[in-house]
Design a protein around this ligand. Structure first.
Ligand SMILES: [Zn+2]
Length: 387
């Protein structure tokens, strides 16, 4: 997660209700303030009101039922935490959703879609048959402990299944990815910067960190970016040191949690071995083969045949390497719906829509279904084949 840059589209502008606050970092604000003042602001408010009315009156749902009848929607989640969890405050807000909002999303899905499993998708591809109208598949990336701790019980209670893509190296690991470790520590402000500088010196990274003008999201991301060129092993050590100095519970899934997910209603897929972009590693083939072996080992020899590309990054060579290693269902982070056309339902790279807490809630954290509706229903639909 964190820098799914190459193929991840920013969620459709988080449309905000007229009577609720707007997140200061939302694209809606940028769009609203980028214009020339009152006229622009009024135009935005009118558009938002129209969308809210379109959902409220049921017109948007009628349009969705017609427009997306033959489109498969794949929803992409990362972290799910209660706001009371110690990990919530320092978690990257772009990739973290509250349990309340997650639960609201699932109820929304049940109302507007027919939820399917990987098994159903695989069967439809194999038989070149149709999926139920307005199908939706729920996916998670990375292998966070909170997927098992918090998301799974909510899914189970509603009788829903998810496809969980896990990076081979994270199982039993306490520290999150180094980017999230840096995000967490810097979100604590000046003391966090001092702690980060000490840890950087300790693990031998040759980086001088300047004091940021503020410890806001933009500046924290800029510092993370400045560390990207560092040695990957040293960055992993940095994450380990920062985690050891914290009082947070393990960030990533352990083997028991992984197994428990797979033996219940949920499916496990691969998310690479080291979570580096497969377009940048020395050998994508080795990465995806190692991930398959590692996951299979923890799952008593189970076959892993689905894959989501770390950071959403892929190219022709990556696809070829995945197919060579026996992956049959490939998922990107391309923000599109998938056209289930008669020209063949298999052999596709499935696009997924990142569901961002900030695009579907107001500043008080209240979920607004019309925001999720406009974020999902109106996406472009496409059909991307592997060859
Ligand atoms: Zn990821």
């Amino acid at each position: 997660m964190n820098i799914h840059t190459s193929n991840l589209s920013v969620p459709l502008a988080g449309e905000r209700s007229l009577d609720v606050g707007i997140h200061p970092t939302s694209s809606a604000v940028k769009r609203d303030t980028a214009g020339t003042g009152l006229g622009r602001s009024l135009s935005y408010k009118v558009k938002t009101l129209v969308k809210e009315l379109a959902y409220g009156t049921g017109a948007l749902d009628i349009y969705h039922r017609f427009r997306n009848r033959d489109n498969l929607t794949v929803a992409m989640f990362h972290r799910v935490l209660p706001r009371t969890d110690i990990r919530w405050a320092g978690a990257d807000p772009e990739w973290t959703m509250s349990t309340d909002t997650f639960s609201a999303c699932l109820h929304f899905f049940k109302k507007h879609y027919q939820l399917i499993t990987l098994e159903q998708l695989a069967a439809a591809c194999a038989a070149n048959s149709s999926l139920p109208a307005r199908s939706l598949l729920i996916t998670f990336d990375d292998g966070w402990a909170d997927t098992a701790e918090y998301a799974q019980p909510i899914l189970d209670e509603l009788g829903l299944s998810a496809l969980v893509f896990v990076a081979g190296c994270v199982i039993n690991q306490h520290a999150p990815f180094w980017q999230e470790s840096v995000y967490r520590v810097l979100s604590a402000g000046q003391n966090g910067l001092m702690q980060l500088r000490q840890a950087i010196a300790h693990c031998g990274l040759q980086v001088e960190l300047a004091q940021p003008p503020a410890y806001d999201e933009k500046n924290i991301r800029s510092i993370i970016q400045s560390l990207e060129a560092g040695d990957k092993q040293q960055l992993n050590e940095l994450a380990r040191l920062l985690q050891a100095a914290s009082n947070e519970p393990p960030a990533m899934m352990n083997a028991e949690q992984l197994k428990a997910m797979s033996t219940s209603r949920h499916a496990i897929g691969s998310h690479g071995m080291t979570h580096q972009p497969l377009t940048k590693v020395a050998s994508a083939g080795i990465e995806v083969a190692q991930a398959k072996t590692a996951l299979s080992h923890y799952l008593e020899g189970a076959s892993i045949d689905s894959m989501s590309f770390p950071h959403g990054a892929y190219d022709g060579n990556v696809v070829k390497a995945c197919l060579t290693e026996g992956y049959r269902h490939l998922f990107s982070s391309d923000a599109m719906l998938n056209k289930m056309d008669a020209a063949g339902r298999g052999g596709k790279i499935w696009g997924r829509i990142h569901i961002s807490e900030r695009a579907i809630t107001d500043v008080k954290g209240h979920f607004h279904p019309f925001m999720l509706a406009t974020s999902l229903f109106l996406r472009p639909s496409s059909s991307l084949h592997m060859d």
